[in-house]
Structures are given as structure tokens and as C-alpha cells.
Write a protein that binds this ligand. Structure first.
Ligand SMILES: Cc1cc2nc3c(=O)[nH]c(=O)nc-3n(C[C@H](O)[C@H](O)[C@H](O)COP(=O)(O)OP(=O)(O)OC[C@H]3O[C@@H](n4cnc5c(N)ncnc54)[C@H](O)[C@@H]3O)c2cc1C
Length: 363
């Protein structure tokens, strides 16, 4: 696998060594998607982990951690996505709950699975219970690679907007560090400290302490959200469908209060759960300390565009990485930032309203 100039990984075939066995084509999830047995999810739920601390640190309702806890308690291992100290983003394995902490929270870039697929196969062959998490195309890739179903493999995919390259995210990190003259220890676009469940950036600096920032002020995040910087294949994604790859699919249940009338408070986040296989049904039944309400696939389709189609391909995608990489990131930031002053003011008013409500209802 080699990085292209935008920072996306692509397979490269060494023509001299290739025996034309066709295995790479059979394993490629973009050429042929291996569907689940079911045509549509078996259950659709609004759910969250009851532990308030764990729910607060997760992106939506913290169901990833609830599943990871169950798998670890059964003696299994968990594969997830985390940054290293240099902001490289890749999949790795955790054998206990403490190690799983680094996987919590969505990192909105493409993660490198490295050699985790082979590790998973080895573990499954030795009878170990494995929980593997990733984007739908990564779970599709794993299933194609394994070439058969294992009872001891549990997978969850996320509802996916698409992924920019992590090199672009690294550009934003170094740009922020240069401006501040300090090093960033941790960064999240989905922090809940100030405004609860939504989009707010939290930056922990090495020397300067903690800082919060409007997530939409980030050129990287704006580019992601406006579909300007996604991997080219995201615009023709085979997986933006209700025929899911994971045993369980996790997403944000936006608008849940309107759709599930029993739910009154959502400040700390609610996950949309699609349970796509019998393995997923059995695992969910065993989860402890999870609150949930039944919902319906029609509701999921209504609130989540990426369950039925990939994101639009804007004309502004053309040449965007050249602008970000070749020029000065600050001028790239100026052109790519924001959705205009009016939108910014609307967000500010909404956030202060949310803050007042959270103050009243947080506990
Ligand atoms: C790139 C990306 C795009 C997304 N787009 C949408 C969307 O359009 N609509 C929507 O409703 N939800 C989307 N999500 C999912 C959503 O943000 C939450 O991940 C999901 O709601 C689960 O949250 P949680 O509270 O259960 O757990 P969390 O603790 O927030 O979830 C962490 C889990 O996500 C995995 N993960 C984190 N970063 C990545 C990554 N870069 N690649 C693969 N896996 C990762 C971790 O391994 C872990 O399993 C997206 C997530 C990602 C990573």
C-alpha cells in the first residue's frame, strides 16, 4: 500500500512478482461487496451507555465502549482507531478496557488498518473472541480478506460521511501549533464539555492548558463537512446503504427527540444502532448498563442520508489538496473556513441556548 500525493493509501501491484492468481481482486471490497445475510437491519434502536462519564467522552451514546466492555469481560480483544504521538491514525489492538479508551471518539480521517487483518485471522484461528471496528469499507475489506464468517468475530461499522486524508489533518495540527508556539496533546471535534452532544472542538496544549473552539472554524473540519476533501472513492461509495457490513452499525441519532417521543433529554448524546445480524442481536442482548428504545428503519433512512447514498461530489473538490499542501495553510484556511458570518452568528446563539439548557438539565 502506498500513499498518493493527497495522502490516501492505494494498493500497488509489483508486476514482476504477480502470478495473476486473482486473489487481490477477489479480496477487494470495492470490486465486489459481500453483503450480510439480511437485506436490512434486524433491529433499529436509539441507545446510550448509562455511565455518564463514558457517555460524555464518546461521540454519540457511547455504545462502542459498552460493546468493548462486554467483549473484554468475555476474554476477547478489541480493534479500534487511535492517533499515535505524531498524529498518525491507524488501527491497533486493545486487550483491556484501559487500552480501549484511546479508541473512543470519532477521528474524522482515514485510518490505516496496517496488518491488523492478518492479526485478526490469527486470533480467530486460535479461538479468540475479536471485536473489530471501522468504517463500512474497512469492515467490508476485513470480511473479504477472511473469506469466511467466524462465530467469534464481531464487527461494528459506523454510518459514514466519508474520510479526508489524515495528512491534511496533520497540516492543520502543525498550523495551529505554529500559530500558538505550543504542542497539541489531544484534539477532538466532538467534545461535549461546553455544549453537550454536537460539534465543538477541544484542544489540550502541552503548556497552555485546555482550549475550546467552534469546530466549524476549523478549515479541516469545514472541508470534511462540505465534502471538499474526501477520498475520491467516498463519492461513489458502495457501502452507503442499509445492507450493512458490520454486525452492528453505529451513528448519531440526530433528531431523536422528535422520532422517539419517550426520550426527553439528549444532551449527552444518543447513538443510532442498526443491528444487522443474529450475532449482533445476541451480543446486544448481553450488554449491561445500556438504555434503549426501539425505532424503525424508515426513521433511520429519514434522518441519515448516508444509509441510502454517498455524499455529493462538489466541483470545489478539484485541486483542493494542491491548495492545502503547496500553498501556505493559513491562506487555504481563509478560503475554506466557515459557512459565512450569518451562519456563525446563528451557531453562537444556538450554542448559548444549548448551554443554558444543559446547565439546567445536565445532572
Ligand atoms: C469518518 C467517520 C465519519 C462518520 N460519519 C457519520 C455520519 O455521517 N453520520 C453519523 O451518524 N455518524 C457518523 N460517524 C459515526 C459517529 O461519529 C460515531 O462514531 C458513532 O456515533 C459511534 O459513537 P459512540 O458514541 O458509540 O462511540 P465512540 O467512542 O465515539 O466511537 C469510537 C469508535 O469509532 C471508531 N473510529 C473512530 N475514528 C475512526 C476512523 N477514523 N475510522 C474508523 N473507525 C473510527 C473507533 O475505533 C471506535 O470503535 C462517523 C464516524 C467516522 C469515524
Amino acid at each position: 500500500m502506498k500513499l498518493d500525493q493527497e495522502g490516501f493509501l492505494y494498493p500497488v501491484v509489483n508486476e514482476q512478482n504477480c502470478t495473476e492468481c486473482g486473489l487481490c481482486i477477489r479480496a477487494c471490497p470495492m470490486i465486489d461487496v459481500l453483503p450480510q445475510d439480511q437485506e436490512k437491519p434486524l433491529r433499529v434502536l436509539a441507545a446510550w451507555i448509562e455511565d455518564p462519564t463514558k457517555r460524555a467522552q464518546a461521540t454519540s451514546g457511547g455504545i462502542f465502549l459498552a460493546i468493548a466492555t462486554e467483549v473484554i469481560q468475555r476474554g476477547g480483544v478489541v480493534f479500534g482507531v487511535a492517533y499515535d504521538a505524531k498524529w498518525n491514525l491507524y488501527h491497533s489492538m486493545a486487550e483491556n478496557l484501559e487500552e480501549c479508551q484511546k479508541f473512543t471518539g470519532s477521528k474524522y480521517a482515514q485510518s490505516d488498518p496496517r496488518n491488523t487483518f492478518s492479526e485478526v485471522r490469527k486470533l480467530l484461528k486460535s479461538g479468540t473472541l475479536v471485536y473489530y471496528t471501522g468504517t463500512p469499507c474497512q469492515i467490508g475489506g476485513l470480511r473479504r480478506f477472511l473469506r469466511k464468517d467466524y462465530q467469534k468475530l464481531i464487527t461494528s461499522d459506523n454510518i459514514c460521511h466519508g474520510t479526508p486524508s489524515n495528512n491534511l489533518f496533520k497540516r492543520e495540527i502543525s498550523w495551529r501549533e505554529k500559530q500558538k508556539g505550543d504542542k497539541i496533546k489531544s484534539f477532538s471535534y466532538r467534545n461535549k464539555d461546553r455544549f453537550g452532544w454536537g460539534y465543538d472542538a477541544k484542544i489540550e496544549w502541552l503548556k497552555s492548558g485546555t482550549e475550546y473552539d467552534d469546530a466549524w472554524e476549523s478549515p479541516y473540519f469545514s472541508g470534511f463537512w462540505k465534502n471538499n476533501t474526501l477520498r475520491p472513492s467516498c463519492y461513489r461509495c458502495n457501502f452507503a446503504s442499509i445492507k450493512r457490513q458490520g454486525d452492528i452499525t453505529l451513528g448519531d441519532f440526530w433528531g431523536v427527540k422528535k422520532q422517539v417521543k419517550e426520550i426527553k433529554k439528549t444532551g449527552k448524546g444518543v447513538s443510532l444502532l442498526l443491528i444487522n445480524s443474529q450475532k449482533g442481536v445476541d451480543l446486544f442482548a448481553a450488554l449491561k448498563n445500556v438504555a434503549f428504545f426501539e425505532s424503525d428503519i424508515s426513521v433511520a433512512l429519514k434522518t441519515q442520508a448516508h444509509l441510502s447514498r454517498p455524499v455529493n461530489h462538489p466541483e470545489s473538490r478539484e485541486g483542493i489538496y494542491d491548495q492545502a499542501y503547496e500553498g501556505d495553510f493559513a491562506s487555504f484556511a481563509k478560503t475554506k473556513l466557515l459557512f459565512g458570518r450569518k451562519a456563525k452568528m446563528q451557531r453562537q446563539v444556538r450554542n448559548w441556548g444549548k448551554r443554558a439548557l444543559l446547565w439546567k438539565h445536565w445532572k
